[in-house]
Write a protein that binds this ligand. Structure first.
Ligand code: MN
Length: 248
């Protein structure tokens, strides 16, 4: 089994190393990750400038490739032929914060996994809800390995990816979940540069979410590992009839 590993926090991120070390016993690994932090970069394709891949190494000496582009670029380059072997699985992470609810459209971690799905390879995003225990990747790494083993055994229907979120510490078990809803508490912060010109940060408090049973947010809030099957079809199927009536 050949597994491609990437992330959105950059090639030096400790979560990438933890993920690599968890999956290494399962097969051949290739690491292609952004050279810098691309968190919240969304799903992008760099088309207006060249992309470069530089040889790099993880902290344990594992050979890796540092990509000048985004997480989704890294996966695209690898799967379009930079990796000569057939890639069986793509894992992205371990992100140091949860990726749930509407985070999914912002998340470089998740969109890297979705880029794999576009290319016909199962993609798995791995995040730890690390706000209370920063730097604790052990539970998420173990969960990622379990998912890889089950994927190897069961496969995944074409067009699907997986979004794995793990509480830090000792999880209470697993919950198969649906995407929930974040409650963002973003606030615009205006500052002024030395010439008096305003500039802005998107600041505010960390997001919470709606604690509805069955959702990714609920599972994490109750200490469970959350695993959500993802698809790329964003169609609001329930809205199709109402929209069709606009043209009646
Ligand atoms: Mn990140």
């Amino acid at each position: 089994m050949h597994i491609l590993i990437t992330n959105d926090d950059g090639i030096t991120a400790p979560g990438l190393l933890a993920l690599k070390q968890a999956l290494a016993p399962l097969g051949t690994l290739t690491v292609v990750a952004p050279a810098r932090n691309y968190s919240a970069a969304g799903h992008r394709k760099t088309m207006h400038k060249p992309l470069r891949l530089e040889p790099a190494a993880l902290a344990d000496g594992t050979p890796a490739w540092a990509c000048s582009g985004a997480p989704s670029d890294s996966v695209a380059l690898a799967l379009l032929g930079f990796v000569k072997d057939k890639v069986d699985l793509v894992f992205s992470g371990i992100n140091p914060n949860a990726n749930i609810g509407q985070d999914l459209t912002y998340s470089g971690t998740v969109t890297a996994a979705l880029e794999a799905v576009i290319a016909g390879v199962p993609g798995v995003a791995v995040s730890v809800d690390g706000a209370h225990a920063p730097g604790d990747y052990a539970a998420a790494a173990a969960a990622a390995r379990q998912v890889a083993e089950r994927l190897a055994a069961h496969g995944l229907p074409p067009g699907l990816g997986l979004n794995l979120n793990v509480p830090a510490g000792q999880p209470r078990g697993w919950r198969v979940t649906r995407q929930g809803r974040r409650i963002y508490r973003d606030a615009l912060v205006e500052r002024h540069d030395p010439r008096g010109k305003p500039y802005y940060w998107i600041g505010g408090d960390v997001p919470t979410g709606e604690a509805i049973e069955g959702t990714d947010f609920w599972a994490l809030a109750h200490g469970f590992i959350s695993i959500t099957p993802l698809q790329l079809d964003l169609t609001a199927h329930a809205a199709l009839p109402a929209l069709a009536r606009w043209w009646e």
